[in-house]
Ligand binder design. Structure first.
Ligand SMILES: *Cc1c(COP(=O)(O)O)cnc(C)c1O
Ligand code: SF4
Length: 457
């Protein structure tokens, strides 16, 4: 463990050859995005074939049962699959994120809702979320190169990617995209557009360029970012898909000529995901002058202890990726085992800050349920550790409203866990927490309507 703590030691060589299904694949093939896409594993049977006898039957059964109980479809690239430590798959941080095991799943928190961030409520046109005054989130695609267990957008992401279906969808999308551009054009307050999804990696090169330049040509748009998990999932694409990387480069160069910025935001959660190939992909982007920042999701067993997070932050910095945010896990179904309490995350933050440059130190944020947006985790108005309730306000986004976040029940006392099962008790605990934060007597009724539903008897 100590040896691995070195952030400069990056895994290289033919690391994929430990997987029986990839044993005969040579570097030229493995490092092409076509192979990565073609050999992406999307079913339990395919996983079984690929892994051969690498893991026992018990693991496969645990996984099949876990997937039946999960909100997201299975989708993992050969690259990530090969980076899992198959001698200890139960505790591996990459396995934990992409391959759910039934034996570790926990019942959902009683306050949990699908689309917990209420993105659809703040959408003036489908696929465009405008929540903050000067920035908006544009979702031109609904597929990703991988499906993460913990995805916040499990309500939307994960559609069929059959070739024909994709063609139809892209065709249909053009009208939707035009609606989004028209809204942005008619909204001068918007200066900052996040192009996400799904994942911008799944945009065709010509679409990526068309969307990027269309947005940059809107006078009041000053900044755009392409959000993609691709660098983590399939860094090979940056190196081998010249059309895509060149299209991205041209958008960034156009931004520069217009005195605007276009950057990439990516998503790594574990230092194990950053290897030699990642560094080579990053070196190319650095040579092209492309800024890359990282958003991380805090997850138990992946990065929730200080040494794991320190290693991730240092290794990101080493390959020239700026750590930007660490998100507390959103309250989405089927992933209760991945969430951490606010207290655990605050402790990690305290130990990470100071280990490296301030501009390489991520801000730890809670993306509040009910549309309050991201809040600095330290900025809670009140934190009731016994019942696991933190209370936030968001004066710039939704003034006068209260926002709450709930710690996983697993870390609470048994009698407290029991109280959470009863609606009237839930209401009492939430009301009390908001009152302690300075709210009115029955402030729980000022909460977002859908949260109130979880409090109804
Ligand atoms: C996160 C997010 C943004 C971007 O916020 P930053 O804090 O600038 O990274 C924009 N819109 C929505 C809806 C978001 O969730
Ligand atoms: S890449 Fe992002 S949008 Fe896609 S499944 Fe993972 S978390 Fe969700």
């Amino acid at each position: 463990m100590q040896v691995e703590e070195n952030h400069r030691i990056l895994k290289g060589g033919d690391y994929w050859k430990v997987i029986p299904g990839f044993e005969k694949i040579e570097a030229v093939e493995f490092e092409s995005h076509q192979f990565q896409q073609r050999a992406t594993v999307t079913s339990v049977e395919q996983l079984r074939r690929t892994l051969g006898g690498l893991v026992g039957e018990r693991f496969h059964e645990d996984l099949s049962a876990g997937i039946r109980n999960a909100p997201m479809a299975l989708r993992i690239s050969p690259h990530l699959l090969s980076l899992i430590d198959w001698e200890n798959p139960e505790t591996d941080p990459i396995r934990t994120q992409f391959l759910p095991l039934r034996s570790t799943q926990q019942p959902d928190h009683p306050m949990l809702q699908l689309d917990s961030l209420e993105e659809r409520r703040d959408s003036p046109v489908p696929g465009l979320t405008h929540r903050y005054p000067d920035k908006a989130l544009f979702l031109p695609v609904d597929t990703c190169p991988v499906y993460c267990r913990f995805c916040t957008r499990s309500y939307a992401v994960g559609a069929d990617t059959e070739l024909v279906a994709e063609k139809l969808k892209l065709h249909a999308n053009q009208t939707r995209w035009d609606q989004a551009f028209a809204y942005i054009e008619a909204t001068p307050a918007l200066e900052d557009i996040v192009i996400s999804g799904g994942d911008a990696y799944n945009l065709r090169a010509d679409h990526l360029e068309a969307i990027g330049s269309r947005l940059l040509q809107i006078g009041h748009v000053r900044r755009i970012r392409f959000a993609t998990k691709g660098l983590c999932v399939m860094p090979q694409k940056i190196l081998s898909d010249a059309r895509w990387t060149d299209a991205l480069t041209r958008v960034v160069e156009l931004a520069r000529r217009l005195h605007k910025t276009a950057v990439v935001h990516t998503h790594f959660n574990s230092a194990h995901e950053i290897v030699d190939c990642t560094q080579r992909a990053m070196n190319l982007l650095v040579e092209r002058g492309i800024t890359v920042r990282c958003q991380t999701v805090l997850q138990s067993g992946v990065n929730s202890n200080a040494s794991q997070m320190q290693l991730l932050v240092k290794r990101l910095g080493y390959v020239n990726i700026q750590p930007y945010y660490v998100y507390f896990h959103d309250m989405v179904p089927g992933v209760e085992d991945l969430r951490t309490s606010l207290a655990e995350g605050l402790d990690v933050e305290k130990r990470v800050r100071g280990t490296t440059a301030g501009f390489h130190t991520p801000a730890f944020v809670v993306d509040t349920m009910g549309g309050g947006g991201k809040r600095d985790a330290h900025s809670y108005e009140f934190y009731d550790r016994t019942h696991g309730i933190s209370v936030f306000t968001s004066p710039a986004v939704k003034p006068g409203q209260w926002f709450v976040y709930f710690d996983p029940l697993l870390g609470l006392l048994p009698e407290v866990r029991e109280r959470w099962q009863l609606p009237e008790e839930r209401r009492a605990m939430v009301t009390q927490a908001i009152r302690s934060a300075g709210g009115e007597a029955d402030a729980s009724w000022e909460l977002h309507p859908s949260l109130q539903d979880s409090l109804k008897p």
